[in-house]
Design a protein around this ligand. Structure first.
Ligand SMILES: Cc1cc2nc3c(=O)[nH]c(=O)nc-3n(C[C@H](O)[C@H](O)[C@H](O)COP(=O)(O)OP(=O)(O)OC[C@H]3O[C@@H](n4cnc5c(N)ncnc54)[C@H](O)[C@@H]3O)c2cc1C
Length: 373
């Protein structure tokens, strides 16, 4: 192992239970969600914030490459130890504290996003960023990747909820950017430079997150359309009408086909294998009641068929269509390559046409789904 000396020094400082060099630990740290794998000298499962400083100080002195790791759900290989050295695993730093009065969450980097959401909800607050990986990905990883999710259109992405960051520079020096306050306007904004930097500028160990009041009511509708172009036109019309759904998800025919194959039943018996939009309204009871009327009129005008959930259980069944579609795609082949693209609303129709041509030219299955605003 090329970094045997600093690794044994680190073991001496933090203990062999923290600095793991056994094959099973190194294997577990060798890949992320992309399955791109590289061996490393050690996986360091830190137990406290200060351990990160010790690791970085020694890594800096001996020029050991360090790859930071949260939940390891990255789909780009960014948590795989491309240059060997050490994998710095923060998944044990899991403390979450809610400041209910101020609407803040003070969260260690290894806390799972789903746990933060549940802690916020228990105090009557809402933490909106919700990547589909939220039960496995960590707040530190979400900050490093500026993760988004289905709520992005209305509520924004991780960056919009980070008030301050505490962490370590590659030299091992502890830093804090901004603080536990919502208004911050003085000085260089290094906090936002760190967000989305994928661990290249420093290591986040704690964040203060802004929470917002939890919506009192939610309402879910699933609508099927004649074809993809009709679904895109309907999505544009909905947004142009100033309605702000909390979630607006698009699934093309191929994605719906995969979900139907996985569940063994059509999404809409009246219109099988049609592209769908799945939307959720969220807000005060009065807001949702008002918007519901407008959405039902919109569905009447644009959709072939639509179905509103009458209870949270029914809503969950509708959301299951969305959740199943990605894993269900393995019915089409034994591997898949995910591409995450972002388009201006006005380019949806042109993109749809381009995609159809691309599918024909390459004769490849290209199921397309995602947040449509
Ligand atoms: C099934 C599935 C669904 C997904 N859905 C979404 C989605 O809806 N939206 C979305 O945005 N992403 C999604 N992703 C991608 C991934 O979950 C996110 O990028 C997530 O933010 C990664 O978090 P993590 O804790 O797993 O980080 P890791 O994968 O461990 O690390 C990701 C990157 O962040 C760095 N990093 C991790 N922790 C820290 C830290 N504390 N300080 C500094 N750098 C750090 C790592 O070095 C690496 O570069 C999905 C992935 C999967 C597998």
């Amino acid at each position: 192992m090329p970094y045997a000396k600093p690794t044994s020094l680190l073991q001496h400082r933090l203990g062999a239970r923290v600095v793991r060099t056994d094959e099973a630990s190194r294997f577990a740290g060798s890949f992320d969600g992309s399955k791109i794998a590289f061996d490393c000298d050690a996986v360091i499962r830190v137990r406290k914030d200060a351990d990160v400083g010790v690791v970085m100080d020694l890594a800096n002195e001996y020029c050991v490459p360090v790859t930071v790791r949260g939940g390891g759900t990255s789909l780009t290989g960014s948590a795989s130890p491309r240059f060997g050295g050490w994998v710095l695993d923060l998944s044990r730093l899991t403390k979450v504290r809610i400041e209910a009065e101020a609407g803040l969450a003070i969260v260690q980097a290894g806390a799972k996003v789903g746990d933060v959401q549940r802690a916020a909800a228990a105090a009557g607050w809402f933490y909106p960023p919700d990547p589909s990986s939220k039960e496995h990905s960590t707040i530190g990883g979400n900050i490093a990747c500026n993760a988004g999710g289905m709520h992005g259109g209305k509520y924004g992405v991780t960056r919009d909820y980070v008030l301050s960051l505490t962490g370590y520079l590659p030299t091992g020096e502890r830093v804090k950017w901004a603080g536990e306050f919502k208004k911050w306007s003085a000085g260089f904004n290094l906090r936002d430079l760190w967000i989305g930097s994928e661990g290249c500028l420093g290591i986040v160990t704690e964040a203060v997150l802004k929470l917002i009041p939890a919506p009192a009511e939610r309402w879910t509708l699933l609508a099927a359309f004649r074809d993809e172009a009709a679904a895109f036109a309907a999505a544009r019309a909905l947004i142009a009408s100033r309605l702000q759904p909390a979630i607006l998800e698009f699934l093309d025919r191929a994605s719906v086909g995969c979900a139907e194959q996985a569940s063994g039943k059509p999404v809409f018996a009246e219109a099988p294998k049609k592209p769908v939009l799945l939307l959720e309204l969220a807000g005060s009871s009065a807001e949702v009641t008002e918007q519901k009327k407008a959405v039902l009129a919109w569905a009447e005008e644009y959709a072939v068929v639509s179905r509103a959930a009458r209870s949270r259980e029914e809503a969950e069944e509708l959301w299951a269509v969305r959740r199943k579609c990605s894993p269900a795609m393995f019915a089409l082949g034994d591997s898949k390559l995910n591409e995450d693209i972002v388009l201006p609303l006005k380019s949806y129709a042109a993109f749809g046409e381009f995609l159809e041509k691309l599918k024909k030219r390459h004769r490849l299955a290209m199921p397309t789904f995602g947040t449509s605003w």
